[in-house]
Design a protein around this ligand. Sequence first.
Ligand SMILES: [Zn+2]
Length: 337
Amino acid sequence: MHAIRIHQPGDPSVLVYEEVDNPEPGAGEIRVRLRAAGVNHRDIWVRQGQFGGFPEPLIPGADGAGEIDALGPGARDFVVGQKVVINPGISCGHCVFCLSGQQNSCPNYRILNGTYAEQIVVPVQNVVPMPSGLTFIEAASIGIPFVTAEDFLMRAQAVTGQTIVVWGANGGLGLATIQLARLKGMRIFAVVRSSAYVERLKQLGASDVIVWDGKTSLAADIVNMTGSRGADIVVDSLGEVSFMQSLDMVRHGGTVVSVGATTGGKVQMELGQFFRRRLTMLGAYMGSQAILPRILPLFARGALVPVIDKTFPLPNAPQAHAHMESSGLFGKIVLDI
Ligand SMILES: [Zn+2]
C-alpha cells in the first residue's frame, strides 16, 4: 500500500509518500481500506516530534473513513465492504475509567496514528458504522473535533440559556463547538480574526461574531454583552494570546476550558483571581469512545453538518499541513485517499 510516513520530526517536507507493506489484522482487529483522512492540529505536533521520537517511521493521522477489507480472527459484527469511521482513542478496556466510559482518563489512553495511508489495522472497537448520506471526506472530518467538543461541553455542564465564548471559531474544533452548543440552546459568541467568516458562522449557530484584531482585550465587550455578568463558559484553544482574557471574561463561578495552545502554552496567572472568583478550569483532551457513535446519526439527520475547508490528495499531505499552519481556514482539511 501507499502511505505518508515520517522518518524524523520536522517541517511539512518530512511527510514522505512511499510504498509500505500491507498491515495484516490480528485477533480482534480489522483492516480498513481508507478513503479519506482528517487532518488535525495534533498531526502537526506528531510531525514536530512533540509526542516523542521516531524509533521507526511513523504514519500520522487519527481520523479517517473507509471500507472494511479484512477481518482478523474473532472480529465479529462487521462485514467486508462495510463503510466505517475510525474512532481514534485507544485504551486498555479494563481499568475503572474504561469500564465507566471515561476512556480518555485511562492511564494507557492514546490517540492512534496511521490514517494517512491506504490501509490501517485497528481493534474492532475502534470502528463505527458510517451513516448513509455522508461522503468519506465528510465522515473523516468529524472524529477528534466533535468528540473533544462534546466531551468538554458535558463536563462543563453546558445547558440551555447559558453563554459560551469560542476563540478560534473558524477552525475545525471551533465549528464543532458552535454546532454542539447550538443544539444545547446556548448563546454563542464566536471570536475570529477575519470578517469573511461572519455570515457562515451565524448560519452554523453563532449568536454574535466578534472580529478580533489579535491585540485588544475583548473581556470588557463580553462582560457588557452578557449583562455585566461574564460568560458561563469560555473555550480557549489559542493559549498565550487569549488565556488571560478568558479568565477576565468568564463569570464568577464560570468555567474556562483549555483545549489547546496553538499560539504557545506559557501564561502567568494571579491565583487570587482564580480562587476568589470560584472559577473552574477544565483541561480537555478527546472524549469517551461512546461519543462518536452517538453523534454520527445527528449528521445523517442534518442536525450537525461537516464543514470542509479544502481537500488534498494523499501524496500532497505536506501542502495540507502547510495550509493548516498558515491559518485562515474555515473548517477541516481532509486528505482524499
Ligand atoms: Zn483503561
